[in-house]
Ligand binder design. Structure first.
Ligand SMILES: *Cc1c(COP(=O)(O)O)cnc(C)c1O
Length: 394
């Protein structure tokens, strides 16, 4: 077993060696520009891009012509929100989203507000889910877009996507889902889910960094999104710029592997996650986030009362996990996702997020369980608040 152990697969994943192998020829021998129509170098690159487009489309049950390659999910999110706002402005100026979205969505919405848009930020319940009735109530004739993520990056909670899709269709508005955490991990079907636009990223599914895609529906209804980046008219005019062929090949191969191995991988991740979760739940006064809602099989977000989050992270040098705090410059703020779920600041600070990945082993999970349990127990012996709480109980 190699230390430290990587258990932060929601932040990024390692590139699968099979993905790297598929990419390598496109840096050196097959380096053509996919837009070069006059020679075989260009045709070979274009062929590879076509294949990747089909692989990506197949993973979400879309048509290859509905895939727009971007530099990642952040750009795909920006393209969806800002592009739709621009192209549907004559229909209305209202967007509905949710307080626990990724910053890419929230900051894009903030920008929309600066240029004359109106944005409703729906709250979430204690499990982190949006309320369908509240969503229905928020829809007005001015609503052009509902932007709700598929699964949350901190808790793994899966939103009622199909119901949201149905509501969007009934109200003749568009539904965009940031599915960066869900795609490749659980089945995602844009038709069955009623999704009109969907963002994804290669580096969250064992592909390379710097490449992602936006799905844009072409039929029932045909969706048009204005470009953010103008130039040679690549990607049907929605995203200009010479295509990142090796990256695109990598995303395609990563998508293909996810599609083939999803069933097996999901079961394996779930069994490791449940083992870890059941063991960590034995620690007194621990709280699993989104425990009573559908969650991604590989994600565990757990908080420990009377444990300082920062100290907890510091004392677990051999495992790489994410904390419930976002270190912003000097200040240490608790996660806005967890506080939106009504976790106290103190509990949110003590939360850790574990993202189990394709390459984690049973042995590693056992080791992490011990590390976390020992660290929590040790820190509590040093915590006056914990000792006081213990005294009150006896
Ligand atoms: C990682 C992530 C993003 C950003 O993706 P990049 O490809 O790194 O830009 C957006 N949304 C969610 C939910 C994510 O997990």
């Amino acid at each position: 077993m190699n230390l430290p152990i990587y258990l932060d697969n929601n932040s990024t994943t390692p590139v699968d060696p099979r993905v790297l192998d598929a990419m390598l020829p496109y840096f050196t021998q097959k380096f053509g520009n996919a837009a070069s129509r006059n020679h075989s170098f260009g045709w070979i690159a274009e062929e590879a891009v076509d294949q990747a487009r089909a692989q990506v489309a197949s993973l979400i049950a879309a048509d290859p012509s509905e895939i727009v390659f971007t530099s990642g999910a952040t750009e795909a999110v920006n393209l969806a929100i800002k592009g739709i706002f621009e192209s549907y402005r004559s229909k209305g100026n209202h967007i509905i989203t949710c307080v626990t979205e990724h910053k890419a969505v929230l900051d894009s919405c903030k920008q929309i507000e600066k240029i004359g848009g109106r944005v409703t930020y729906l709250p979430v319940d204690a499990n982190g889910l949006v309320d369908i009735d509240a969503l229905q109530d928020a829809i007005t004739p001015e609503t052009i877009l509902i932007a709700i993520m598929y699964a949350n990056n901190e808790t793994g909670v899966i939103q009622p996507v199909r119901e949201i899709g149905r509501l969007a269709a009934e109200n003749n508005t568009l539904f965009f889902s940031d599915a960066t955490q869900a795609v490749g991990k659980i089945p995602v079907n844009v038709t069955d889910d009623g999704i009109h636009l969907l963002a994804m990223s290669a580096h969250k599914l064992y592909g390379p960094k710097g490449i992602g895609a936006l799905y844009v529906r072409r039929r029932n209804p045909r969706v048009v999104t204005s470009a953010l980046i103008h130039g040679g008219g690549h990607e049907r005019g929605m995203r200009s710029g010479t295509l990142n062929v090796p990256g695109i090949v990598g995303l395609g191969k990563a998508a293909e592997i996810c599609a083939t191995e999803m069933h097996h991988e999901q079961r394996r991740a779930l069994s490791l996650r449940d083992r870890l979760e059941n063991n960590l739940r034995k620690i007194d006064h621990s709280l699993v986030s989104s425990a009573d809602a559908p969650r991604l099989p590989h994600v565990l977000n757990i908080a420990f009362q009377h444990v300082d989050g920062q100290a907890l992270m510091m004392s677990m040098k051999n495992i790489a996990v994410s904390s419930g705090s976002a270190c912003t410059s000097a200040s240490l703020e608790p996660s806005y996702v967890l506080t939106a779920m009504k976790l106290s600041n103190e509990l949110a600070h003590s939360a850790i997020r574990i993202g189990i990945g394709r390459f984690n082993t049973e042995e590693e999970i056992e080791f992490a369980t011990l590390q976390i349990t020992n660290a929590v127990n040790h820190l509590r012996t040093l915590s006056p608040a914990w000792l006081m709480a213990q005294d009150e109980n006896t």
